[in-house]
Design a protein around this ligand. Structure first.
Ligand SMILES: [Zn+2]
Ligand SMILES: [Zn+2]
Length: 422
């Protein structure tokens, strides 16, 4: 027992030491199984959140910004991630100090600028440019507006080339342009007239005014420093969100080393239902054919002549989440053509900024059912005879004839001279 303790205690101390080191997964809010894409996405979100430009005079935010960058660099490189997973923080640190390759030693602002451009800062620096906002329309099925859903979409985004880290150079080394000595402009002497010489500053044609030159162009971007490729964006459609609502993704528009990325504006619009759409209607619900108007839904139900006249019918309409709305009439209850029935609470959920919670119960709009009555084009002759007989019988009994039905007076009005005088 005593022997066991002497072995266990140092082991426990070691475990304690390991815990003190930063848990990079925890820093990024991920678990050990996280994919490369999740790591990237976590970095994108957290680095924007803790960026010192957004949190002035907040040293905690600054430390977090640095730490998030460190965690990303450690986990985004396959080799360094493996070392971290297997041997931990200290091993990784040791490797870095020995100058081990891959994923180390970047300035956190440098890393930030590789994602969002603009030299690692938000337009707070004077003269800093900001890229255009980009607007994309994302069609979403009605059931997603009803039930809420987290989905993904893709768009063709300009990103800073990862291969050359936005330098445009295969070796990632940028030199000062020799033609203009890095100034981007050249002074040219121009003779206006004999004896009259003026000096004009012109943009350097060797480097296009950037003051920088590279030896070998990056193969991935051809020296352009940016590449355009499909970017996958996660989209959360909240229950009851309005059709056509715009959601802004800060600094997620086209990126470039020359400016801070603008915002990606996503407009969520309702998709037309497809008749046999397995994709838009996997549960084969009737509700997919509801029409939406703000918080209300509209549905057209067809009744036969017999149903409209006699009652005694039911319908089960499967709603957008699969629950059934029962429509129907008792026998003897007539439904007039084009009658609109209000079914309270069977419309769309009303959007609420807090979503669903224990403090807030979702309210719903109404469902409006419009009844269409179809008359037969032609009747089976037997049926026609029977119906005729029934109506004849009732006509005879009630003394109703066509003439009376039409609402015209029974007899032509006779003009009476005596009456005229009154
Ligand atoms: Zn490149
Ligand atoms: Zn130049």
């Amino acid at each position: 027992m005593r022997l066991l303790k002497t072995i266990l205690l140092p082991l426990l101390a070691l475990a304690q030491a390991a815990l003190c080191a930063e848990d990079y997964y925890k820093v990024l809010g991920l678990d050990k199984q996280a994919s490369d894409r999740q790591i990237k996405s976590a970095y994108r979100q957290l680095s924007k959140k803790y960026h010192p430009d957004k949190n002035p005079n907040d040293s905690t935010a600054h430390d977090k910004f640095v730490l998030v960058a460190e965690a990303y660099e450690a986990l985004s490189d396959a080799e360094s991630r493996q070392i971290y997973d297997q041997y931990g923080y200290d091993a990784l640190k040791q490797r870095k100090q020995q100058g081990g390759g891959g994923g180390g030693g970047h300035d956190p602002f440098d890393l930030f600028s590789r994602f969002f451009g603009g030299g690692g800062h938000y337009g707070s620096q004077p003269g800093q440019r900001r890229g255009h906002n980009v607007e994309v329309k994302v069609p979403v099925a009605l059931r997603d507006f009803y039930n809420g859903r987290t989905t993904e979409f893709q768009w063709n985004k300009q990103e800073i080339c990862e291969e050359c880290e936005g330098t445009g150079a295969a070796d990632r080394v940028v030199h000062a342009c020799t033609a203009c000595a890095g100034r981007g402009v050249r002074t040219v002497r121009q003779q206006l007239a004999p004896g009259m010489v003026t000096q004009v500053q012109m943009q350097c044609d060797a480097c296009g005014g950037r003051g920088k030159s590279i030896k070998h162009r990056c193969k991935a971007c051809g020296g352009e420093r940016v590449v355009r490729r499909p970017a996958t964006v996660s989209l959360t459609v909240q229950r009851g969100m309005a059709d056509g609502v715009r959601i802004a993704y800060e600094n997620e528009a086209d990126a470039s080393p020359d400016y801070v990325a603008g915002d990606l504006i996503v407009q969520v619009v309702e998709k037309e239902p497809e008749l046999e759409g397995e994709e838009s209607n996997p549960d084969r619900v009737d509700g997919v054919f509801f029409r939406r108007k703000e918080d209300d839904l509209f549905w057209r139900e067809v009744l036969s002549l017999r149903e409209a006249l006699m009652g005694g019918w039911t319908r089960n309409v499967t709603h957008l989440d699969g629950h059934v709305v029962r429509l129907g009439r008792e026998r003897g209850v007539v439904v007039q053509p084009n009658h609109v029935e209000t079914v309270p609470g069977e419309g769309m959920p009303k959007w609420h900024e807090d979503g669903d919670s224990v403090y807030h119960k979702t309210e719903f709009g109404n469902l409006y059912v419009e009844y269409t009555v179809v008359l037969p084009d032609q009747m089976d002759s037997g049926m026609e005879k029977d119906l005729w007989a029934v109506f004849e019988k009732w006509r005879a009994k009630n003394g109703i004839d066509l003439h009376k039905d039409s609402g015209r007076p029974d007899k032509p009005v006779m003009h009476d001279h005596e009456h005229d005088e009154l």
